[in-house]
Ligand binder design. Structure first.
Ligand code: GDP
Ligand code: IMO
Ligand code: MG
Length: 421
């Protein structure tokens, strides 16, 4: 069986958690392949909202197998909190949640390094979620990291102390008051929670599942425009968020990839610093924020808002080999008289459809304007009931990207999802 992948095409928060939860009944296994607790994946059913950071969004379907892949970085403190929240709901995940031994651990000093680095950057800061993501992936590629599988080694504490000492040396170079020790008791307690789970050789397991004919969905975190290689560098995260990340983050051959579901909001948001060509810093942007409740699931920060950017979307479709599009939050545009989509950029007076290398250069979006549908989509459950203006909007995106929009989401709840034929 091929493995399907679902990933974000913008700057994250496209609604991955909600849609993975909706699609889970079609799959046997849901596997996260990169990122860590910088992610906040929300899903809603029975009027209750759940936010997951490390745990795959299939966890609420008790028959699904959930896997945290080697490409993920785990903070035991946050992981333990997520597990406690599930247990409070009567869900016991030890039987259907497995963790790769090769996943890297975020230790308390990684978080301090993240904060120190951001403080030192001042105005040029990345706007990191301060979860220690960058420093942890730096230690991974620098070949200094601690992995989940190391926790059962006799010399684990020595290795931990060594890494912490190295971090302390680096922290001494910053004008930053770090306090590592105060977080350590919680951290080691979290590690004990991790040890309650089956720590696996996930590359073998996932390929075994494939051979057994199990249906697998790989769940991405962040979005393609935050990818370490292809995002708006340096204002990116520290992992490969694109489809190729599912191969390296789970141990899958490129030929194992089946459908690539690319998810995007009907408009655009970004949280943290960095370029955002279609950003609206006016009352229209504020209306998008209000209607879309655009505040971060992980940090609570207000998200920056703007119109859909087709130059960026086509770029993400190309890099990922997207085979099916999923459009979320269409309902947020319900009360807009007119809606815009950027179809090209004007850079130094020249019109282009290419994402410029100097992404921070003056980019002026060129817009195509649509008439709004001015009706509520919230209760719509069938494509036949779509207003004509929404159909025009979707067809335009399909024509420009060359990829069908197979799912449209019109609300945060599981039910508010329309699968198109
Ligand atoms: P993720 O990181 O991609 O999983 O997305 P987040 O959970 O961070 O952010 C998406 C937000 O939009 C969450 O609060 C969801 O509950 C909400 N949401 C998802 N789909 C829809 C939708 O179609 N309409 C509306 N109004 N909200 C949605
Ligand atoms: P989900 O999976 C939105 C952003 C941060 C910052 C940059 C680097 O919920 O879509 P990091 O902490 O990774 O070093 O931050 O990336 N960022 C996200 N933005 N959604 C996310 O995840 C994000 N994860 C990181 O705001 O700009
Ligand atoms: Mg999110």
């Amino acid at each position: 069986m091929k493995v399907d992948v679902l990933l974000g095409l913008q700057w994250g928060d496209e609604g991955k958690g909600k849609v993975v939860d909706v699609l889970t009944p079609n799959y046997d296994v849901i596997a996260r392949f990169q990122g860590g607790p910088n992610a906040g994946h929300s899903l809603e059913f029975n009027n209750i909202k759940h936010v997951l950071h490390t745990i795959p969004s299939g966890i609420f379907h008790l028959s699904s197998i959930n896997m945290i892949g080697n490409g993920v970085v785990i903070d035991p403190v946050i992981f333990a909190k997520e597990i406690a929240a599930l247990r409070a709901l009567g869900i016991e995940p030890t039987k259907n949640l497995f963790i790769s031994k090769k996943a890297h651990l975020i230790i308390p000093s990684h978080r301090e390094l993240d904060a120190a680095s951001e403080a030192a950057k001042g105005k040029g800061k990345i706007g990191s979620t301060l979860k220690g993501i960058g420093p942890t992936y730096m230690d991974k590629t620098g070949r200094n990291g601690l992995r989940v599988g190391d926790t059962i080694r006799a010399d684990f504490n020595d290795r931990y102390n060594q890494l912490r000492a190295k971090h302390k040396d680096i922290l001494a170079q910053y004008d930053y008051e770090a306090n590592i020790e105060q977080h350590e008791a919680d951290w080691f307690a979290g590690l004990e929670v991790i040890k309650q789970f089956q720590l696996i050789d996930s590359e073998y397991e996932i390929n075994r599942y494939r051979n057994e004919g199990k249906k697998i969905l790989a769940e991405g975190a962040q979005g393609s425009l935050l990818d370490i290689d292809f995002g708006s560098y340096p204002f990116v995260t520290s992992s490969n968020t694109i489809c190729a990340g599912a191969c390296t983050g789970l141990g899958l051959a490129p030929s194992a990839i089946g459908e690539v579901y690319g998810i995007f909001k009907a408009y655009c948001t970004r949280v943290g610093s960095g370029p955002f060509p279609t950003e609206l810093e006016d009352e229209v942007g504020q209306k998008l924020r209000d209607e879309g409740n655009e505040y971060g699931s992980t940090t609570g920060r207000p998200r920056r808002c703007g119109w859909l950017d087709l130059v960026a979307l086509k770029y993400a479709v190309m890099i990922n080999g997207v085979t099916a599009l999923i459009m979320t939050k269409a309902d947020v545009l319900d009360t807009f008289e007119s809606i815009k989509i950027a179809t090209s950029y004007k850079v130094k007076g020249e019109q282009t459809q290419i994402m410029p290398y100097e992404f921070d250069a003056e980019i002026e979006p060129v817009y195509h304007e649509f008439k709004g549908w001015n009706t509520s989509l919230a209760e719509i459950r069938s494509e036949a009931d779509f207003p004509a203006e929404l159909v025009d909007y979707i067809r335009f995106i399909e024509k420009e990207t060359g990829v069908p929009v197979k799912i449209v989401s019109v609300g945060p709840d599981r039910e508010a999802t329309i699968i198109r034929n």
